[in-house]
Design a protein around this ligand. Structure first.
Ligand code: HEC
Length: 114
């Protein structure tokens, strides 16, 4: 990183920093119809934490239950509590819960169309 920066200066730094953000934004699928049916975690859209959500939620119901509606982070937060308190979901480790909540609020957020 340091060598690259000294080679091409601020313009390269801006490109290097911007690239991963741009790529993530481009790849984010916001519509169930665009999730490839051969994706191993279908119908969940790809993203960091998709495996945690897949295996954490499939024990009791279809993942379509999860992709039916897109919610804000606050609503997913409450839904996770509700799964644990009233639906018998095993309480996830705090860091796993955070990964799930991040995934759900980013990838199945309010702009999601299930
Ligand atoms: C131990 C079983 C169990 C697990 C694990 C579980 N759920 Fe559920 N979930 C349920 C049951 C039962 C219902 C149906 C409740 C009802 O409609 O009365 C439900 C319903 C839902 C609903 C629909 C809520 C609504 O508005 O009707 C959502 C969304 C949901 N679950 C999300 C999740 C997510 C996300 C996970 C994984 C992080 C998860 N669930 C894991 C048992 C579980």
């Amino acid at each position: 990183m340091k060598n690259l920066l000294s080679l091409c200066g601020a313009a390269c730094a801006a490109l290097l920093l911007a690239a991963p953000i741009g790529a993530t934004e481009q790849e984010r699928i916001t519509n169930l119809a665009d999730v490839p049916e051969d994706f191993e975690f279908y119908p969940l859209p790809p993203g960091e934490g998709v495996d945690e959500v897949y295996y954490g939620c499939i024990a009791c119901h279809s993942l379509r239950t999860v992709t039916n509606g897109g919610y804000s982070r606050a609503v997913w937060d409450e839904l996770l509590d509700w799964m644990v308190e009233d639906q018998g979901m095993m309480e996830p480790e705090p860091e796993i819960r955070e990964i799930m909540l991040e995934y759900l609020s980013i990838h199945i957020g309010e702009d999601w169309q299930g």
